[in-house]
Design a binder for this molecule. Structure first.
Ligand code: AAL
Length: 407
């Protein structure tokens, strides 16, 4: 590796810069005396395998901005397997978007979206049809002693009466236990379910995981109201103004008690959603409350991610970790934030299970991705039918060839 003393190099660059205004861009590209340049220590150069520290490619400049102590503690691979008992695949039934698991009465509990029959889509009569697999759903729950064989216990939260904000579907649920009370947060849709319908978040509570559940009279979270549709036709891409990242739908709620408050993480969908260089425009937000039942106030720092899909968040090391999957330029990353708002990438993974139901009984402080050792996910058997499966993850410390011993 060739090295030019830094001061000398910077002086040469300055002279060139002063003598040749037209060559300014060229000189700026090749110098490390740029104000944005990172100090390239010999160790850093060696670790990143950079040939010449005075000739940095754009990729090397980005690599030099990575935290020095990145490590591989957050990096994992995963596999998925079938469940047994009532949660095994069943033709004709949709079971999807499992909540986290909690352990009560010596059993794991999970809540999930359940509906019956195939999906018709939006082309027919939406008053009668089922427009999505998660349309015309209720929230059901199941229990298991070992996390593998499950018993479906029955409905927990049903759709509301005609005219209620949740009269069409209740789905994609999360559980939070706090001071011996249980809280289910979930998505709601009011009829008619057209492509412009706004989605909201509801809450139900009980003093037992087996219910009965009392539902909030009003949604606890709604979309931002600063988007403007263009025209009357049912076209969710036609807008005068897109509005905030969550102007169309608030989805995938998950409440975490954090720093003496309640952080409701959610996925936003924007009116006039576009596809950009990372795929669909999907981002996460957070709304914070003093009490579990709210009122939840959206953070002025929203959105708090620029990518992602279903919310998967857990407490770690005094902050919040978040798995970002499926959509956006930062998909397939694990991120962490000390304050629950400002997240940085800790690992880029090959892929991750979708719609994760975390194992909330895990000892998070055993490691950053301890909670991902095993959990629940859903899988599409077809567009009509999804079923709940189990995933396990393993950490990768070395890349070894067959028969090669990892140290
Ligand atoms: C999921 C979630 C929400 C969406 C749909 C059902 O992956 O993001 O729940 O509404 O898809």
């Amino acid at each position: 590796m060739k090295r030019v003393p830094k001061l000398l190099f910077a002086c040469v660059c300055l002279v060139l810069f002063a003598c040749n205004e037209k060559g300014q861009e060229k000189v700026k590209e090749t110098t490390v005396a740029d104000s944005n340049a990172v100090e390239v220590t010999d160790e850093r150069q060696d670790f990143l395998g950079i040939t010449n520290k005075d000739k940095l490619s754009a990729a090397s400049k980005r690599a030099l901005k990575w935290p020095v102590d990145l490590g591989n503690d957050w990096f994992f691979d995963y596999k998925v397997e079938d469940l047994k008992g009532d949660l095994a695949y069943e033709e004709g039934i949709v079971r999807r978007d499992p909540s986290a698991m909690i352990k009560e009465n010596g059993k794991y509990y999970v809540w999930y979206t359940r509906s019956v029959g195939p999906t018709d889509g939006f082309a027919g009569d939406i008053e009668k049809d089922k427009v999505f697999p998660w349309d015309r759903c209720d929230i059901w729950y199941a229990t298991s002693e070992d996390g593998l064989t499950w018993k479906e216990e029955g409905p927990a939260v049903l759709r509301g009466e005609k005219g209620a904000y949740d009269d069409r579907s209740v789905f994609t649920v999360e559980i939070m236990k706090h001071e011996d009370m249980y809280y289910l947060s979930y998505q709601t849709v009011k009829s008619p379910y057209n492509v412009r319908v706004k989605n909201q978040v509801g809450l139900a509570w009980s003093n037992s995981p087996d219910g009965p559940w009392e539902k909030s009279k009003e949604p606890i979270l709604s979309p931002a109201d600063n988007g403007v549709w263009k025209g009357e036709a049912q076209n969710r891409f036609a807008v005068e103004k897109k509005g905030d990242f969550d102007s169309h739908k608030v989805h995938d709620p998950c409440i975490i008690p954090f720093k003496g408050k309640f952080y409701l993480y959610y996925k936003g969908e924007q009116m006039g959603e576009q596809v950009t260089f990372g795929g669909r425009q999907i981002r996460h937000g957070v709304a914070i409350a003093d009490n579990p039942k709210g009122p939840y106030v959206k953070s002025p720092y929203n959105p708090i991610s620029n990518s992602g899909h279903e919310i998967c968040v857990w407490k770690y090391n005094g902050g919040i970790a978040s798995l970002i999957t499926t959509d956006g330029p930062e998909k397939n990353t694990v991120q962490w934030s000390p304050d629950g708002i400002n997240f940085e990438i800790k690992a880029v993974v090959k892929g991750a299970p979708h719609a994760i139901g975390l194992n909330r009984t895990a000892d998070n402080e055993n490691g950053p991705v301890e909670i991902l050792k095993w959990g629940l996910t859903h899988q599409y058997r077809s567009y009509d039918y999804q079923y709940i499966r189990r995933f396990t993850t393993s950490q990768i410390k070395h890349h070894t060839a067959k028969g090669e011993k990892a140290k």
